[in-house]
Design a protein around this ligand. Structure first.
Ligand code: THU
Length: 146
């Protein structure tokens, strides 16, 4: 399952490939409280794909979303930038990242990065990051202080 996490892919994967990895990793979600499975797969600037699922906790606020699981794995492995991300959940509608995940994705992507937001069956809609988080707060906003 995780062989692809060690492989270096030279060009951005097909959207359908990232989506299918997000659909598959959803099976590993640890969701005894919500029973809502979410999977994410991202392609990073080191040429590797990283996946993540949501991991819940008896202390509900300690839950981590699928997108952030994948991002933390990528950054830990030395990636610096996310070039594309796919998300899938149990829903029949496209899976829209939560507000916290949008902010965390923002830290590591450009405004035109594509997101492939999929339903339970792998049918996806494409958005740019700017479309899902316009007027975002970022590091450069802290430099405009005088
Ligand atoms: N969840 C995600 O994994 N990603 C999102 O962007 C939305 C929410 C998870 C968190 C929790 O485990 C479950 O979905 C219900 O909120």
């Amino acid at each position: 399952m995780s062989d692809y996490e060690n492989a270096i892919i030279r060009s951005i994967p097909e959207p359908a490939e990232l989506v299918s990895l997000a659909v598959r990793i959803r099976e590993n979600a640890y969701v005894p409280y919500s029973n809502f499975h979410v999977g994410a797969a991202l392609y990073a600037d080191n040429g590797k794909i990283y996946t993540g699922c949501n991991v819940e906790n008896a202390s509900y606020g300690a839950a981590i979303c699928a997108e952030r699981t994948a991002i933390v794995k990528a950054i830990t492995d030395g990636a610096k930038k996310i070039l594309a991300i796919a998300v899938s959940s149990d829903s029949n509608s496209p899976t829209m990242p939560c507000g916290i995940c949008r902010q965390v994705i923002n830290e590591f992507c450009s405004s035109d990065m594509p997101l492939y937001l999929s339903n339970r069956n792998g049918e996806y809609k494409v958005f740019t990051f700017e479309e899902i988080l316009p007027h975002s707060f970022k590091q450069s906003d802290m430099e405009d202080v005088k």
